[in-house]
Design a protein around this ligand. Structure first.
Ligand SMILES: Cc1cc2nc3c(=O)[nH]c(=O)nc-3n(C[C@H](O)[C@H](O)[C@H](O)COP(=O)(O)OP(=O)(O)OC[C@H]3O[C@@H](n4cnc5c(N)ncnc54)[C@H](O)[C@@H]3O)c2cc1C
Length: 431
């Protein structure tokens, strides 16, 4: 297994198969810009790209390198739908106009990702062949019908699948109860996508500085000044795009989300015959479990899946064993196979499982909290943050700006959040 420690960058499969990163030298000295973006994941890079394309001077400060955070570590499934809610819930929560705007924003987010990939010729194994959600138990078909019909009623290319169709598309006898497919979804090589966004942003005029953690934000001479160890950027606006990797840069922001430590595993390449029988039309799937099972293949014929130990102690060997058991259940045709990579990353979970756009002070914005669905939503958030920073009215953007709400007893709740996995598993096993 490459990298026994799940934090080791080499443990992450995507670091072995992504296109190289563009040069992002550390900030050295003082710089000025219209907007300074902190964080170089999908949120920050999409913000930078959309700002630069609109003619703004933009500087990105990233602590490590483009895609270092969740953006370079995820399953790569591009999903234009909420984790928990359906479109009707959103209209109930936000009202007709704002709810419809948020539904359009989420519903169009996968198309935005694939349009950007095509426009900027990003090399990231992109497959826009639909995102699949099969029911893991017959009792989950009611929820699936609801979801599919509500998205279809709003014009989304969302189709209900019979048990036979689901079994054929997944290549798994385990998924025989039915499901739904959203034809605008698909999957990508996530680190390749992040690096491609960085390359496109640089080509549009953005300056991206890696190994440049922002250490302070202060007000000076009518501007915002963001400091790093070796320099500072003065700008009219600041965008915080640090999501699950948020530390103490802005008071209370870290306490507003649960940075949920999550694990992933990838097999060694499967033989061609076996690879053809697993997800035979190359879909990505995320099932209906709360302790999610998600699977997709990469171009090398590896299978990449979620892994959820309740305790991270001894994660590598525990995950190798549980992944083999899961594959045996879901794809018995695979037979004996090595789990070659196990890695980890942090997602930013909000209690309501909806993304948040904050206006922290005049000219300071943050976008975060995608709760595990951030490939499409963070890309859309970047476009929205760029529009807002360039003067779009707060009333016209989605998601609607909201105040920062800290979670009670955050320091206790956040480290214990993994224990919820046990509860989710118990619920997943009940009808
Ligand atoms: C294992 C895993 C699987 C997932 N699977 C999926 C999936 O299949 N589909 C999906 O839609 N979503 C998935 N997600 C979620 C998705 O990856 C995230 O929602 C998305 O990448 C968030 O992007 P982001 O740019 O907001 O944050 P991140 O990508 O986490 O970026 C934050 C960046 O901020 C930087 N940073 C932090 N502090 C500072 C500072 N002070 N100065 C400078 N830089 C700083 C970090 O280095 C980091 O690069 C998954 C996440 C994980 C971890």
């Amino acid at each position: 297994m490459s990298g026994q420690r799940t934090k080791d960058p080499a443990a992450n499969l995507w670091t072995h198969t992504a296109e190289p990163s563009p040069e992002t030298p550390p900030l050295d000295g003082d710089a000025t810009a219209d907007v300074v973006v902190v964080g170089g994941g999908f949120t920050g890079l999409s913000t930078a790209l959309h700002l630069a394309e609109r003619g703004a001077q933009v500087v990105v400060l990233e602590a490590e390198g483009p895609g270092f955070g969740a953006s370079g570590r995820n399953n790569g499934q591009v999903i234009p739908a909420y984790v928990r809610h359906n479109p009707d819930d959103i209209v109930r929560l936000f009202g007709e106009e704002r709810g419809a705007r948020l539904n359009d924003w989420v519903g169009g987010s996968a198309q935005l990702v694939f349009d950007l990939i095509r426009k900027h010729v990003i090399q990231c194994e992109a497959a826009q062949n639909g995102w699949l959600q099969p029911a893991h138990r017959p009792s989950r078909m009611g929820a699936i019908r609801n979801k599919q019909s509500q998205w279809a009623a709003r014009g989304a290319p969302a189709r209900l699948l019979s048990g036979e169709e689901t079994e054929a598309l997944t290549g798994s006898p385990y998924y025989r109860h039915g499901g739904w497919i959203h034809d605008e979804g698909g999957h990508i090589q996530p680190l390749g996508y992040a690096r491609g966004l960085a390359r496109a942003a640089i080509a549009a005029g953005a300056r991206i500085h890696g190994r440049s953690p922002a250490s302070a934000i202060e007000r000076a001479d009518g501007k915002w000044r963001v400091r790093t160890a070796k320099g500072a950027v003065s700008a009219d606006a600041v965008i915080l795009a640090t999501n699950g990797y948020t530390e103490t840069l802005w008071p209370r922001l870290r306490q507003s989300i649960v940075p949920f430590r999550t694990f992933h595993a990838a097999t060694a390449p499967m033989s061609d015959n076996v690879a053809r029988s697993v997800l035979p039309q190359n879909h990505g799937l995320s099932d209906t479990r709360q302790a999610l099972w998600a699977f997709r293949k990469d171009q090398g014929g590896r299978l990449i899946t979620t892994a959820a130990p309740i305790s991270p102690i001894g994660a590598v060997s525990k995950i190798a064993a549980t992944t083999k058991a899961r594959l045996e259940e879901a794809f018995p045709q695979i037979g004996e196979i090595d789990v070659a990579h196990v890695w980890e990353g942090y997602i930013a979970v909000t209690p309501e499982r909806l993304p948040r756009l904050h206006e922290l002070a005049g000219g300071v914005f943050a976008g975060m909290g995608y709760s595990g669905r951030g490939i499409a939503m963070a890309t859309a958030m970047g476009r929205t943050l760029a529009e807002r920073a360039m003067g779009a009215s707060a009333d016209a953007v989605a998601p609607p700006p909201s105040p920062v709400k800290t979670l009670p007893m955050h320091d206790v709740v956040a480290p214990l959040s993994r224990a919820m996995i046990g509860y989710y598993r118990w619920k997943d096993g009940r009808d």
